[in-house]
Design a protein around this ligand. Structure first.
Ligand code: HMG
Length: 446
């Protein structure tokens, strides 16, 4: 069977940076450690006044197409995943295609374009759509462009304000990919939940504490569903486990529960039994409460073992490096986590060719999906080509007052007149005002 997966990836960060420990925490009267230690975040990315989901997505896609020497004729579909769309009818992919047509010869008139919505998981769902399209033999040798782009903003004063971010990930999905092959096996955990939603409003209504519990519950269901088709998982099976990362502290919780689940009935559980006992089994307890207390105590002991700590440091922690610097990018977040883990391996001379990843995606509302990926031979060249470090270093560091101004500029309900930009656009698409039918217009700046 032909391999199908991610052939290339590019990341575009919003060009502004909010320092959470030194700028945001003091303004909010919080201790910096709440951000750096508790949530695990140092900075958030924000879009400059001329940036939005279209410019960020188009800039990532342009770089990807240029680097891989692609023309519009090589692309058979453009799927945009976003939960920050500004139009209920015309998809963001049409705007992005329009941008790309300004700089590439040819057009995308024979490419299928769409927009996917299911909170943060729609980036992964768009990968699925591309995978299925290629597997069905409908791609005529062409690749799909999947773009996950979001301005993840919360209302001012909302607890989620600490976890904001903005950026885009563009991915090329092809036969015989250079980066990772996607597994056919997938697992889902999906339920009607009201943990985080935007009922025709820009900023989310969030039940933050509950959203954390829903994330963990759906992720567990997805893992069990994955195992029902792919067989039991073991911690040694996967070199990296990138998760959807609303903030690294969330993944710290998910990683621990995932490890506990994977070691059940394995040599790892046996080896640890002398020090921390075996995992409590429900049948040994008279009540759910007694069982939950026992499993919670076991989990606390597990967290302190060298076995767990070493596994976490190698398999999970590297996937969080970029998120710590950029915050939550919603649909792009799990794809940033994958790139972060691969980048860390590349920089530390770890050879991942043929090795496997387990990828945990999540979207509020709520659904988790788990699949495996196999790293392909060309992965090092692909990861080396990403210029994210330069982009992160070039971000403009905003003060708290500037943060409030930028937040207002991107608030659809506010008319921010004459908003001054903080950075100078160069070789990129910029927002260029509104057209006669209320459409947003874009221009490429040399
Ligand atoms: P909060 O109430 O501001 O923070 O909200 P907190 O008081 O719970 O503190 C956060 C952590 O920092 C805690 O750690 C504290 O103990 C710790 P934990 O106990 O959870 O391990 N802490 C400190 N640590 C060290 N030193 C200190 C200190 N102070 C506190 N001095 C909350 C946190 C996540 C609820 C909030 O940020 C929020 O509402 N975020 C938005 C929702 C969210 O991100 N949910 C995540 C799961 S849902 C999801 O991932 C989907 C999403 O991406 C959307 C989509 O799918 O579209 C959001």
């Amino acid at each position: 069977m032909t391999k199908v997966g991610i052939d290339a990836i590019e990341i575009h960060t919003g060009k502004l940076r909010l320092d959470l420990a030194n700028t945001f925490a003091p303004a909010k009267g919080d201790e910096p450690e709440k951000y750096t230690k508790g949530l695990g975040l140092e900075n958030s990315s924000f879009p400059d006044t001329y940036e939005d989901i279209v410019t960020m997505g188009a800039n990532a896609a342009r770089r990807l197409m240029e680097r891989r020497d692609l023309t519009p004729q090589d692309i058979g579909r453009i799927d945009v995943a976003t939960e920050s769309a500004f139009d209920n009818s015309k998809p963001v992919s049409t705007y992005i295609a329009g941008c790309l047509e300004q700089v590439f010869d040819g057009d995308f008139h024979h490419a299928n374009k769409g927009e996917r919505k299911f909170a943060c998981i729609s980036g992964t769902q768009s990968l699925d759509d591309a995978y299925n399209w290629i597997r069905a033999g409908r791609n005529r040798g062409r690749s799909a462009l999947v773009i996950a782009t979001d301005t993840a903003l919360y209302a001012r004063g909302d607890a989620g304000e600490a976890t904001q971010g903005a950026g885009a990930v563009a991915m090329l999905i092809s036969e015989d990919p250079d980066l990772v092959e996607l597994s056919t096996e997938q697992g889902y955990g999906s339920a009607d939940e009201t943990d985080f939603l935007k009922p025709n409003q820009q900023f989310p209504s969030v039940d933050g504490k509950r959203s954390v519990q829903v994330y963990l519950a759906r992720m567990r269901e997805a893992l069990e569903d994955f195992e029902s088709v792919a067989g039991d998982t073991h911690p040694d099976d996967f070199e990296l486990i990138p998760f959807h990362t609303p903030f690294p502290g969330m993944v710290r919780k998910a990683g621990l529960l995932g490890f506990r689940h994977m070691i059940r009935d394995t040599n790892v559980e046996e080896d640890l039994a002398g020090d921390i006992g075996r995992q409590p089994r429900r049948e040994a307890f008279d009540s759910d409460d007694a069982f939950l207390d026992a499993i919670s105590e076991y989990t606390d002991r597990l967290k302190e073992t060298d076995t767990y700590r070493e596994w976490y440091a190698e398999t999970i922690d590297p996937t969080l490096n970029i998120a710590r610097q950029v915050g939550n990018w919603y649909t792009g977040s799990v794809h940033v986590a994958r790139a972060s883990g691969l980048k860390h391996a590349y920089e530390n001379d770890v050879d991942l060719t043929g090795k496997r990843l387990l990828v945990g995606s999540y979207g509020s509302g709520a659904q988790a999906e788990i699949h495996a990926e196999t790293v392909q031979e060309g992965w090092e060249d692909e990861i080396a080509a990403i210029d994210l470090d330069e982009q992160l270093a070039a971000r403009y560091d905003i003060s708290f007052e500037e943060y409030e101004r930028v937040h207002d500029v991107h608030n659809h309900d506010k008319q921010a007149e004459d908003a001054e930009e903080f950075t100078n656009p160069e070789d990129e698409f910029v927002f260029d005002g509104w057209g006669r039918m209320g459409e947003r217009k874009y221009r490429y700046v040399e």
